[in-house]
Ligand binder design. Structure first.
Ligand code: BTX
Length: 249
């Protein structure tokens, strides 16, 4: 295999050198009744982002999906997206890359005054309103990949490009999964950690939602992951699922 992923984590590891999508594989495992599995790949040939967008996943990245079955209502699941962003950001900082979180699902890093995308997160779930059956949190980390090989419209960068040296993918993944595991067990601690890493708070934003545009200052995040925006008319909250686009203004 391209990577020796012997993780010390409360997840079984399923590693693939190449697979269409670790999220699709994790969903299949969920349908078979599995839980607490992390699917990892060196390369994805059909990686997906939100709203069915493509996620470029060349060899050298960390493309992973965590499958688990928390005992929570469906409406709480967005907190796991925030937890994943915190876990990836912490791991990046430990690797010497000063990443920050842009609500709801981007981990960015400032390169010469420009924000570039380092990580993307896609959370999928199934179940009843009062209880999820399973959650799959897909995390795509541009680890040891050449940003030139990624779609330029998203202003991508990679850990390797920022550090000037490749990152130890096994160690990075170990730290990411450890942090995620701690956070999933105490969702209340997620928001505090998230606020610490957020680059969105205190900034003026313009959020496009299916019900219209919300514009104002992003002042806080609320459980399970709603952004609180102070607008001219007062205070509005936007859920991650309703965010089609967020722009800082
Ligand atoms: P997103 O919809 O927020 O972002 C997708 C957009 O990001 C694309 O339209 C493109 O512009 C840009 N983009 C594509 N590839 C990259 C890249 N490698 N780096 C930076 N920008 C890029 C974000 O969706 C959610 C991505 C989750 C990916 C993980 S990987 C493991 C798991 N398996 C899978 O198929 N998806 C998840």
């Amino acid at each position: 295999p391209a990577v020796e992923y012997g993780l010390d984590a409360p997840f079984d590891v399923e590693y693939h050198d190449s697979i269409p999508s670790t999220n699709a594989r994790a969903r299949d495992l969920a349908a078979e009744g599995a839980s607490d599995v992390v699917v990892l790949a060196d390369e994805q040939t059909g990686g997906r982002g939100r709203l069915d967008r493509d996620w470029a996943s060349p060899s050298g990245g960390i493309w992973l999906s965590l499958l688990f079955r928390p005992d929570v209502p469906m409406a709480h699941a967005p907190v796991y997206t925030l937890a994943a962003a915190v876990a990836a950001t912490r791991a990046a900082r430990e690797a010497g890359v000063e990443a920050g979180i842009k609500w709801p699902n981007d981990v960015l890093v400032d390169v010469d005054g420009e924000e570039r995308k380092l990580v993307g997160i896609l959370t999928e779930m199934e179940g009843e309103a009062d209880r999820v059956s399973w959650v799959v949190v897909g995390i795509g980390v541009n680890a040891n990949v050449d940003p030139e090989s990624l779609p330029s419209e998203a202003n991508p960068t990679s850990l390797e490009a920022v550090r000037g040296a490749p990152v130890d993918r096994r160690l990075f993944t170990q730290r990411l999964v450890e942090t995620f595991d701690t956070l999933r067990q105490s969702p209340d601690s997620v928001l505090d950690a998230w606020r610490e890493y957020a680059t969105t708070l205190g900034r003026d934003v313009r959020v496009e939602t299916p019900r219209g545009v919300v514009e104002g200052e992003a002042v806080d995040v609320e459980f399970p992951g709603r952004l609180v925006v102070r607008t001219d008319d007062g205070r509005e909250t936007v859920s991650a699922g309703d965010c089609e686009h967020l722009r800082r203004v």
